[in-house]
Write a protein that binds this ligand. Structure first.
Ligand code: ZN
Length: 312
């Protein structure tokens, strides 16, 4: 067993989760959720995205969110940046970190950003330059890193090659995204070792979706490999674009529960976090897939009088 003693959780709900919501979440409410997540001890967030407001109207308020959110607690507020224009907006808004994204399969990258993978990687040079001039670190996300809904299996070596380009671009880390929930523990092991071999100087994070119910099993696989960065969303908010009723991101409360029970410190107050997730569920007006927010912690004991025991 090679478990890390501490893990850094990146809360992606305000970006990856909110953008999947049909109804606009008021800017003030977004800011309040981010502030409360930081107050609960979340060390890093994908707070918003500087993609075209026409493409993602839900996050058209990116600059306002960054302007009005409480920065005094020192959590890292990262934002997604698709290109040079987005990088300029993000730098002006004062993000702590920029995140660029590319898919590990040509068809998914074409579908997502209408570019070849190579075109995306070349475009990141502009983002890296803008970020460098502003003194802002950049990390890279690799979508469909464990399987593509159009092409099937993705070769771990391909993921490694992209990570090595990230390293050449001076990025601080790569996150491997299981965009449509196709990861399994053996695939996690193969991709993590491919990335470590190809880009030994790069930080490595894992972004799992629970689409097929084994998101936390994949986290266990990551822990056994010593990976100490995970991405998740509070309440498990965020869907799967190809399976309307399927769940998306693994849930932050459930992840924190697992990690803390495994002796991996997250610095997050689980009780506060579960309360925030319940408020999120009320705010979006539909059920969220998180489990701890519904069941409570395992040592939240119940009064015996309050439970009816079935006979037989
Ligand atoms: Zn996601």
């Amino acid at each position: 067993m090679n478990h890390p003693l501490h893990a850094q959780i990146t809360e992606v709900g305000p970006r990856d989760g909110f953008q999947a919501e049909r109804d606009f979440i008021p800017t003030a409410q977004k800011i309040e959720f981010i502030n409360r997540l930081v107050d609960a001890g979340v060390p890093r967030l994908e707070a918003t995205s500087f993609v075209s407001p026409r493409a993602v109207p839900q996050l058209a308020d990116a600059a306002e969110v960054m302007r009005d959110v409480d920065r005094s607690r020192g959590a890292v507020l990262a934002a997604l940046v698709p290109n040079k224009r987005g990088a300029l907006r993000a730098a002006e808004a004062g993000v702590d970190e920029m995140v660029v994204f590319v898919s590990a399969s040509e068809s998914h990258n074409r579908k997502n950003v209408n570019r070849e993978i190579e075109e995306s990687l070349v475009g990141f040079e502009d983002v890296a330059r803008v970020a460098g001039e502003a003194g802002i670190p950049v990390s890279g996300a690799i979508s469909v890193a464990f399987g593509c809904p159009f092409e099937g299996d993705v070769a771990p070596a391909r993921v490694g090659e992209i990570a090595s380009r990230f390293q050449e671009l001076g990025f601080v880390s790569a996150s491997l995204g299981d965009t449509t929930g196709m990861a399994t523990p053996p695939l996690v092991a193969a991709s993590v070792s491919a990335v470590r071999e190809a880009a030994p100087g790069l930080g490595l994070g894992l972004h799992f979706h629970n689409t097929r119910g084994i998101g936390l099993a994949n986290v266990m696989a990551g822990l056994e490999l010593g990976v100490d960065k995970y991405e998740s969303s509070f309440g498990g908010i965020g869907g799967c674009p190809f399976a309307p009723k399927a769940t998306g991101n693994i849930c932050t409360e459930d992840l924190v529960y697992l990690l803390e029970e495994m002796g991996v410190d997250t610095g997050i107050d689980l009780r506060k976090l579960a309360a925030i997730a319940c408020d999120l569920e009320a705010a979006v007006g539909h059920e969220l897939p998180g489990q701890i927010m519904k069941a409570g912690l395992r040592l939240d004991l119940h009064s015996m009088d309050s439970v009816r025991v079935a006979e037989g």
